[in-house]
Design a protein around this ligand. Sequence first.
Ligand SMILES: CC(C)(COP(=O)(O)OP(=O)(O)OC[C@H]1O[C@@H](n2cnc3c(N)ncnc32)[C@H](O)[C@@H]1OP(=O)(O)O)[C@@H](O)C(=O)NCCC(=O)NCCS
Length: 195
Amino acid sequence: MEFLRSVVPFHPMPVISTGTVILRAPTMSDFAGWSSLREQSRGFLAPWEPLWPADDLTRSAFRRRLRRYHSEMRESTGFPFLVFTTDGTQLVGGLTLSHVVRGVTQSCSLGYWMGAPFAGKGLMTAAVRAIIPFVFDTLRLHRLEAACLPHNAASIRLLEKAGFTREGYARRYLCIEGQWQDHLLYAIVSDDPRP
Ligand SMILES: CC(C)(COP(=O)(O)OP(=O)(O)OC[C@H]1O[C@@H](n2cnc3c(N)ncnc32)[C@H](O)[C@@H]1OP(=O)(O)O)[C@@H](O)C(=O)NCCC(=O)NCCS
């Protein structure tokens, strides 16, 4: 264990603030705002996400979610953020870094969602742009990947605005809304220009 601690660097979760949004790790006190925004946005989000378990919006499922997040943060394999307006009071969405792989790969995957009332205002573009220095400069990873459905025009536009390049097409890549669906593969690498 001591040996592992010495080779897996621990990265405390930062609070990342831009002129537009604040990103920070979720806590139990976020439950009410998170569950009400997710419920309000169900129809907007569901076509683009894995199936929501029946109990997904309950307090106990949120507690389990936080437990999983904490273990990923402890192991530095995942970094979950909630996104707030700049005064920190209004939750608008979420952004997650997951599947951190070290060794010869040095990569991780990006996921995100925006609450329906806040979509189309440039907030997730600001959040994704703000996470890029954390990925490359703090975590010192080399590659940040994202996948989206070929007909997800908002997600494609967001990734392209944030400096990602389309690299490929993966057949039946993720199980979205209960169906294995083809995805476009995007990535940004550490020496790409950052918009
Ligand atoms: C994808 C998503 C996270 C984008 O968040 P957002 O805060 O709305 O994104 P932004 O406002 O920063 O940027 C969205 C861009 O897409 C554009 N856009 C939105 N809907 C669009 C559509 N149907 N067709 C084409 N472009 C679209 C916006 O105009 C904007 O581009 P612009 O700045 O050039 O005008 C949000 O739409 C969302 O949560 N969608 C549902 C869930 C989802 O798709 N999750 C991601 C799965 S990969």
